[in-house]
Design a protein. Sequence first.
Length: 263
Amino acid sequence: MKSSASLTNIQGTVVLAGAGKMGGAMLSGWLAQGLDAKRIVAIEPQPSDDVRALAAKGVRLNPSPKDVGNVAALVVALKPFAGPATLVVSIMAGMTIASIADVIGGNVVRAMPNTPAAIGRGITVAVAAKNVGDAQRRIADALLRATGTVEWVEDEALMDAVTAVSGSGPAYVFLLAEELARAGVEAGLPEALATKLARETLAGSGELLRRSDHSAASLRQNVTSPGGTTAAALEVLMGAGGLQSLMTRAVAAATRRSKELAK
């Protein structure tokens, strides 16, 4: 390498995961070389007095993820916590059991939760490495079940499609609510009313689907009177190139991306 890049030319945020002695030393070095303190994010659950002093100079210590901004570089300076018999539960999208074990070690359970976990209504799919015993599997299940339902699979290859369906799925539902409200405004409804109708309709329909013994298709058919308003709308949604085709393509795209992330 003929020359090195200047730290002052870095565009975006530099994230330091782990600001212990070595990480803290790197942090000090970056600042000494002219990297703007406001461009640095340090993730450290037990910051030393030295790291807190650097935070007082502008380094962002343990900010909310939404406040990190565009990440130009991530430097991982974590101590290896996992021993050969440690249970490691990973919820990192696209990260395979093998890649996690190579970096962290331990006995790995790979899991994919979704954001309704925040209200205890999530669903998580998990797969365990071969060296995970029954006792560790029960511990992982208990940890994951605290946020909702847990399903276990034996084939790790299914996790890409799981990510595409349930991991990314809440975004599809939120988009439906967003577009249903927008269409309501286009049809003449006040924006506040259209938004509330879309939100409550999706929330209520989801709860009905959860509680019902009927399939989603059966519930849909129960709402649809021949020749009625719902039938007219569904003719558009289910026609050639409609929702079925869009959803199939969307899930396939998310599945492909999950596989790419694992490479």
